[in-house]
Design a protein around this ligand. Structure first.
Ligand code: R5P
Length: 295
């Protein structure tokens, strides 16, 4: 049994030396099969290497979340502005037009509601159904440090194995409990575990201290999770800092669909992610678009 990493020697993350990406534009993906690379190229823009994913899967454990009460009315019109959509199969089949030409990242775990222990999840979608829905990726929560940590890891490795069979990449989402510390040390652990155990992408939270050590020590692309609604400038700044800190994109929900002007907000986020626009300039763009009222 190896000992825990207790050495006093300082860790070397080499944050300023990006991992090489031979054969493909995304880190860690150069040796994947054609189908997997093709799906990843639909999610991440090959020209910028980044993605703006819109997360609208909240209902799978918390019901009709504010802003998602009527996805047909409020969210479907937003979808053309996103690079990829993260959602459940129930919403996909009931309200999303099959003419939508956007890559789908399919929520494939669930079980407990907000009334119960959230880490007690199972897989909720068969790979055959994911294929039937023509998804670009499959995704689930991983609860490192949670009560059902081991089960959620097992869920992930099963999903990864199923995805590998058919060339569908898995996005592992590092879930955090209310009482858990959200710091770089924790997210380094969680993200690295997900990558080591096979996830081709990891979604994790931004932390102001040491975010670049999380991205540097994770050999696959990291997308930043949005989290609770913040004032627009704070959300844009967080996205900007995450991208500058090595994230390959964002997967934002509430900070987009709970904004007063969701289309203006996602357009501003796109500028930050794909064009490195500074947060203040992106905020000015947000207000300009919001005032035009057509966004
Ligand atoms: C993670 O718990 C789920 O995928 C959420 O539905 C999603 O990550 C939430 O997005 P946001 O925190 O940006 O609203």
């Amino acid at each position: 049994m190896p000992e825990a990493d207790t050495t006093k020697k300082a860790k070397q993350y080499h944050e300023n030396t990006p991992q090489e990406t031979p054969g493909f534009f995304l880190k860690g993906a150069g040796q994947l099969d054609w189908g997997m690379k093709n799906r990843l190229s639909r999610i991440f823009n090959p020209e910028t290497g980044k993605t703006v994913m819109l997360a609208i899967d909240h209902g799978y454990f918390q019901g009709p979340t504010t802003g998602l009460e009527r996805i047909d009315l409020n969210i479907v019109p937003l979808m053309p502005y996103a690079d990829a959509i993260m959602l459940t199969r129930g919403i996909l089949r009931t309200v999303v037009p099959s003419t939508l030409n956007k890559p789908i990242v399919m929520r494939s775990s669930g079980g407990p509601s907000i009334l119960k222990e959230l880490s007690n999840e199972h897989l909720t979608v068969d790979i055959e159904d994911a294929i039937r829905m023509n998804v670009a990726a499959i995704t689930l929560q991983v609860f490192v440090g949670g009560e059902y940590e081991s089960r959620s890891i097992r869920n992930m490795t099963r999903l990864v194995d199923m995805g590998l069979r058919y060339g569908i990449p898995t996005l592992a989402v590092t879930a955090v409990g209310k009482e858990m510390v959200r710091d770089a040390k924790y997210f380094r652990l969680a993200c690295r575990m997900c990558a080591e155990l096979g996830a081709q992408m990891v979604k994790t939270y931004y932390v102001p201290e040491g975010f670049e050590t999380i991205t540097a020590s994770c050999p696959v692309p990291i997308v930043m999770a949005g989290g609770k609604k913040l004032p627009e400038l704070e959300a844009l700044t967080m996205a900007y800092n995450a991208i500058q800190g090595g994230a390959s994109g964002v997967d934002m929900g509430r900070n987009i669909f709970q904004s007063d002007a969701p289309r203006a907000m996602i357009t501003a986020v796109r500028k930050v992610v794909h064009e490195n626009m500074k947060p203040k300039d992106a905020l000015d763009l947000f207000y300009a678009l919001k005032n035009k009222k057509d966004l």
